[in-house]
Write a protein that binds this ligand. Sequence first.
Ligand code: CEZ
Length: 794
Amino acid sequence: MIKASENNEYYELTSPTSMPKASGFLWNDNMMIQVNCRGYAVAQFMQPEPAKYSHAPNLEAKTFMQPEQPYYAHHPGRFIYMKDEENGEIFSAPYEPVRVLPEKYTFAVGKHNIKWYIEQDGIQVEMTITLPKDGVMELWRVKVKNISNRKRTFSMYPAFTVGYMSWMNQSGEYNEKLQAIVCSSITPYQKYQDYDKIKNFRDKTYLLAEETPFSWEVNQEAFEGEGGIHSPSALQQEALGKGDSRYEMPICALQYKLDLNEEEEKEYRFIFGPAHNENEIETIKQQFFMDKNETGFDGFTEAEQEYEKYVAAGRGCLEIHTPDAGLDNMVNHWLPRQMYYHGITNRLSTDPQTRNYLQDNMGMSYIKPQVARDAFLHALSQQKRNGSMPDGIILHKDAELKYINQVPHTDHCVWLPICLSAYLDETNDYSILDEVVPFDGGTETATVYQHINLAMDWLIHDRDERGLNYINQGDWCDPMNMVGYKGKGVSGWLTTASAYAFMIWADICEKNGELKNSQKYKEEADKANDVINTYLWDGEWYARGITDDNVVFGISKDKEGRIFLNSQGWALLSGAADESQKAKLLKAVEEQLESPYGVEMLAPAYTKMREDVGRVTQKHPGSAENGAVYNHAAVFYIYALYTAGEKENAYRLLRKMIPGPGLDDVLQRGQLPVFIPNYYRGAYRQIPRTAGRSSHLFNTGTVSWVYRCLVDGLFGVRGDKDGLRIEPQLPDSWNEASVKREFRGSQVEIELKREAGVTETEVYCDGVLLHDGILRDIEKDALYKIEVKLPFNN
Ligand code: CEZ
């Protein structure tokens, strides 16, 4: 039912009903679209804030992408209705809205396009969507083939939904000259000051056809008639009614008549998207369709090819072959793609949360380090003079801090050294520390080195008398908003994370020859670790924090929210936990938080509001931060396990981030292994029925950390000041693996094998033993062949 295509270019699903929310996504510099197996779609473009051109049928409030997005009959979608002109029978591709289960069905999610193949009643329909690399539009091919053994006559109706565009003004009509349906609207607004903004919006939605249609319908109500979207009345007529919409909800429905002989096929191409005006659509038509026959230049195909290259540029620095084909496919194909999407689009936000911006760019260190470098400098240019970092990073001159970025969080500084360290490992570009960058406001400047010292000092000072870091209205956990809003509550996690950040920064300073400063932050890390052990060790694990009213939470006597994952993993990272604490907390996590779908963020999930913790306790138990397998938190823990040499635990949990390998697991998650979602439902011990379900959200800080786990942990191919440090941590069940690692312009090919008689990992380069496992003097464009001999049961 699900499988990777032969060359791993696609992931295929052969049923539209077994995982109805299974989806894929495409993006470019200016837009993204998530389409599901049944034909529903969510698309957004930037102008500069995210906007829609295919709307819901009701007025939508602006919000971030929703987890477990419910789809409904009138959900925005891209459909092809097919009518047999001999008997009037109707089906629709890919599946919605008619819901005739086709005889054959394949949903194939690719990296640069997404396809559906449908066979029903002797007719084959193939739909393909791709994007251009920067334009805001969907490029569609629809191929229809007669696979029955007689001549057939059909009507084919592409029906692309436009939905409720605006309560102020919406309409639509067929434009004969353009050969397009053009729908118009005015984005609703009320303040006259906003007029200047909205007047330049792309408020039109068009469906441009390469072939002249036989007929069309632009009025959604007329199209549906009494039959409804599942069986539109308009399809019962010989020709669509050529209607328009005048302050009525539009639809882009076209009709083509096809007479196909046996084995004959015909292809149609369409472009769907937003535009400012008809001239723009005319230009698009010229560029993509018109020149084709006159000059042989096919803009549409060219755009498809360009897009393929655009996506391919997001290659990671690892290519692996292991005994686990599912892991190989994710790591070699889908994971770097998802990471690249984050790095390029910043989640289609003009003010990404600071921690997201930094972590997403940490991932770019493995793909396009220059982008990461620029982003770190850009973030620092918005640092306050007192060392604090803002809640969001402004990326566009007209952008402002919105939504969650108006809620004060106290963790943003910790991500600076942590994310920078991945960049430095990868590139060895310590010159970034000498870059001179302004502070917010632009008048004063300092070097990156000084900026980060200030950020660390801000963390040292934003603490209570015990030395615990204030949480204010949130730390990494956004909805933990009421622990410290009165100004007293503290975050145990943030204190630990600060200790880890100090350690990392001390290490960077040392490598850069700043020994005194390095010593200072080592001492600060030790101090913070002591504080954590004094106030937050609960006997078997670490508490999560202390509220405004001085109540310690995340401890054994709590009925709900008894144990939090982040407090445990980061205590391994920071070095707070000694050997005995480590053993205890590992056990507690395994017993209380591990589920078949990964490790949960907290347990038991809260079932009622806890007013001294906040909004997180109001989320549905097992969803998102309230006890889901929240993959971002899970991957911190996994990274900590690798750092602590806990390779079996680490791999077991890492593998659970990817749907599969068993079919039951994939079905329960309801998602194809083409991205890692921000969560799988948790609360496994409370609500096992729903545990494992994917949120289907592909925006997540998880992916850059998964990559880091592979580089620093599992395959142990981390960069170092001296070169490439090779210290793999393969799970015991693997006897061999191979890794191709692109590193600082060179190619390193590593063969790993367990061998009898080997007692400690041995690393050879061209047959010569590297005593400390470090490959030095790496030259650009060189190829290194490395052999790693591993003991059995290490
Ligand atoms: O957003 C993420 C944030 O982007 O939640 C993480 C946080 O570290 C990331 O920076 C943990 O809280 O406001 C909410 O309640 C939402 O739950 C967001 O916090 C959350 C959503 O997953 C975004 O899709």
